[in-house]
Design a protein around this ligand. Sequence first.
Ligand code: MIC
Ligand code: SF4
Length: 643
Amino acid sequence: MGLTIAQKIIKSHLVSGDMTPGSEIGLKIDQTLTQDATGTMAYLQFEAMGLQRVKTELSVAYIDHNTLQNGFENADDHRFIQTCARKRGVRFSRPGNGICHQVHLERFSVPGKTLIGSDSHTPTCGGMGMLAMGAGGLDVAVAMGGGTYYIPMPKMVRVNLLGKLPAWSAAKDIILEVLRLMTVKGGVGKIVEYAGEGVKTLSVPERATITNMGAELGATTSIFPSDEVTRQFLKAQGREKDWTPLASDDDAAYDEEYTIDLSTLEPLVAQPHMPDNVVKVKEIAGMKINQVCIGSCTNSSLLDMMKVAKILKGRTVHPDVSLSIAPGSKQVLNMLAANGALADMIDAGARILESACGPCIGMGQSPQSAGISLRTFNRNFKGRSGTADAGVYLVSPETAAVSAITGVLTNPADWGEAPEVEMPDSFTVHDNMIELPYSPEEAGEHDIYFGPNIKEVPKGSPLEETIDKKVVLKVGDNITTDHIMPAGAKILPYRSNVPYLSKFCFTVCDENFPERCKEMQGGFIIGGVNYGQGSSREHAALVPLYLGVRAVLAKSFARMHKANLINSGILPLEFVNPDDYDTIDEQDELVLENIREAVKSSDTATVYNKTKDLRYTVSTDFSDRQRAILQAGGCLNYIAAQE
Ligand code: MIC
Ligand code: SF4
């Protein structure tokens, strides 16, 4: 039987395991990327492992998240990452050079290669035909050191794209439609491949918008074929030699299929507070808006920005609306400046932000109280914008720009002539903001800078025979890592200071959680389905570990968070009977009986609810590697024991 695109890349990078869906496979990783909000931890862990030099084909450290320097912390962390990158053989993308995914797509992505990044939107490079996956910082550190990356072998989903998008419908509308069809948990354990005639009509940046937001499906990754369009894009980036064709075999088998007729797709919008809460723009058009933010790794390419500039040209942003625009990279910003489009944006009243994540991660531009914000981003989780009661709506750049002028959510299709924008034959290439590392000989003479904000990384302890603790928190379905460990301008500077971060853990759900957890000396968390969806941040595991959380019992887990929990030595236990969830309350005392033995050699364990006198069965169906890590009390202990 033939292979899908992803299966071909997996096959050529397989280090261990067999390709049966669900079973653990080990992959050789060609490239890694980190960003600064997860990077400090990743490089601290690289250092903790005592590694000298990266062994990948290419590793890049980007500074794009923590760019608001409201105190010394972020600048110190940047310096730490820069000095570590120089010494350890990692390229360093300086602040101002752009958002990791946009820059990586432009300058480093290569069809057929594997990439892991300490950021959940790493699948953006799937638009280039790469097998690109988000991972916890520790997994990235291990891969940088030449180690294998492990995932459960995913199932394959094919999305057939037919026809061509109508004027005013955009790549963003395609992925919003996929989210509507599959939901935020529909992609868990799966790789989404795009196929069909419609693929050819989409440029690489448009494909990247789609694979970027595949993260919101919970998918392991998403991928497009590498074709003539891909070759043209690489050629325009001066990298035609990196091109290879890549397609699925005609008889490749998929576990699930969807078909979208692009020609019938209308502008869509994801309503608060989940990216799959999708309706047609026309259904809620007319809603008054306070803010429009254009940018993020989903929609900040030159193509997106040129469309926006054309819509804004000669017009003025509505007086009740604040419009901010963050072009995705120095390349994009530079080209906008050179061709005059930037002047059109400025003239219309746009507030131009540096090429970085900015408002997407709550680094400034928080909306007014109960404000309505239209954003071209990928996440609209409650509180993520920095304003707890704001309503964030996710839309295409076209819908965003038109609405910024009218002051109300507007269906661009009702508005006028759609802007025509062509992909350039050549992009402006000047990689002067990507610093090369020292040679191995030079590296020895240089030290790594550790700022005062860097505190010790918490470590787990070996698993006991039995754990007897209370339930410290019970939450519902689709809990995101933004609930567990919020981000934003006030908290992000402390990503290398776990004790400080712990004051904010779960406060979106329950503001007393950190205090209570400390008083009770930790315990268990009870979760619903898709627990830990969203970002790759391992802080959502490290901080609960610091607070004494020993296990999370949930109906199901998101892939990256489950891996991060295991790496931290916190037990992720799935209810075999999901209805058991209903019988547990906060403060119930639970006993994980003979848990060490179960984790070592059994596929299930028994949990005794002492308060209710009930027994539950939970799954301990881990891979041998995961069993060893959990018994050791986390990945760092496990690695240390192997040396
Ligand atoms: C995000 O979009 O939530 C982030 C910030 O990029 C995260 C990483 C982080 O938490 O630092 C992600 O998506 O992985
Ligand atoms: Fe940055 Fe937002 Fe993309 Fe995360 S989703 S990498 S915060 S732009």
